[in-house]
Every structure is written in C-alpha cells, then in structure tokens.
Design a protein around this ligand. Structure first.
Ligand SMILES: *[C@@H]1O[C@H](CO)[C@@H](O)[C@H](O)[C@H]1NC(C)=O
Ligand SMILES: *[C@@H]1O[C@H](CO)[C@@H](O)[C@H](O)[C@H]1NC(C)=O
Length: 175
C-alpha cells in the first residue's frame, strides 16, 4: 500500500480536512485532524485519574497507571468547540528521571458531524519532554474503519505540580 511523505501533510491547513493525495491507491482517502486534548488530574472533577499507584511520585512514577476520559476541543481553550473524547489509559514505563516516557493506549472518540461515534485507536510511546511525539494510529471504527496513520503530539501547556496538560494533536490517517 502506498504511504505518504510526512512533509506532504505539513502543507495542509491546520483544520479538519478531507483530501485526496496523489500517491494513494484508487479509492483511498486521507484525513488530517487537528485538535487539543485536555488531560486534567487535579481538582474536584478530573478527566484523568491515577488508578494504579505503585510509585511514591507526587504526579506520576514508574508503573503508575492513569485512566482518562479527556475532552478534545477545536482550540486550546477547554471552552472551545468540542470535538470528542480520548478514552483510555497511560502508564509511566521508564525508570529513573532522565527521559520520562509514557505508553499511551487511547481510543479517540469523535462526537461531531459525520464522524460522530467513530473512533481512532492510538498505541504509542510518549517521551513527554520531546517537542513532538509521533504516535501510531493502529486502526479505527465507523467512518475510520480500516484507518491507519500517525499522530504528531505537542505539549501546549503542562503544570508540573499537578500533571495537568493540554496536548496539541495533528492526526493523519488514510483508508
Ligand atoms: C452523536 O450521536 C449521539 C448518539 O447517537 C447523539 O445523541 C448526539 O446528539 C450526536 N451528536 C451530534 C453532534 O450529532
Ligand atoms: C499548577 O497548579 C497549581 C495547583 O492548582 C497552581 O497553584 C499553580 O499555579 C499551577 N502552575 C501553573 C504554572 O499554572
């Protein structure tokens, strides 16, 4: 199956678009989705809860597991238009403090328009202090059935005391 040059996607506008790319197989389509994920551990109504606590780290340590139902929005402000949710979990899988790395296992569940109820499955490595992390999109459902691709994730903001973070996502999938 033909796959894309990543730099082709960087030319696309940073809004959700559906495009045909020249090197796709007949009938294949490509989509670029751009949104923000709000991962909130603090406060009285967190969207992320530390369900397994084996470290004595105040935020997250090796072996800890966090379950998420994080809102996805169009803009970095939590009050901007909702896009969907990120439901899944992440775990700190690195030892020591040099290169803190999470395993992410998430279903991105879309709630708008023709994508309402459709999902993308993300399984990847998140070295949290890298400026850009690349995460494999390993499948999808609904309008994303048989999707494959990747996501580029950046930290928009991080509170190192609480662990609360806003992540900017650019997702590129083909079907
Ligand atoms: C999405 O689907 C659910 C369940 O079918 C429905 O309740 C909801 O109103 C839909 N949302 C939008 C924005 O279409
Ligand atoms: C991080 O969160 C704590 C607790 O809510 C707050 O007091 C602090 O101001 C926040 N830090 C930043 C940089 O936003």
């Amino acid at each position: 199956m033909a796959f894309f040059q990543p730099n082709l996607f960087l030319l696309l506008p940073l809004v959700s678009v559906l495009v045909m790319a020249p090197d796709l197989n007949a009938g294949d389509t490509a989509a670029h989705l751009h949104f923000y994920m709000h991962d909130t551990l603090s406060g009285s109504n967190p969207s992320a809860v530390r369900a397994v606590r084996v470290s004595d780290s105040t935020v997250l340590g090796f072996g800890d597991v966090v379950i998420t139902d994080d809102p996805l929005t169009e803009g970095p402000d939590l009050r901007s238009a909702p896009v969907g949710r990120s439901q899944g979990f992440y775990s700190m899988v690195s030892q020591g403090t040099g290169d803190p790395t999470l395993l992410l296992a998430l279903n991105l569940v879309f709630k708008e328009g023709a994508r309402n109820g459709s999902t993308l499955a993300v399984l990847g490595r998140d070295a949290i202090y890298l400026p850009v992390r690349e995460l494999p999109i390993v499948g999808g459902s609904g309008v994303f059935r048989l999707a494959r691709g990747y996501a580029l994730m950046k930290t928009y903001s991080l509170n190192t005391t609480t662990g609360d973070a806003v992540l900017e996502w650019d997702v590129f999938v083909v079907q």
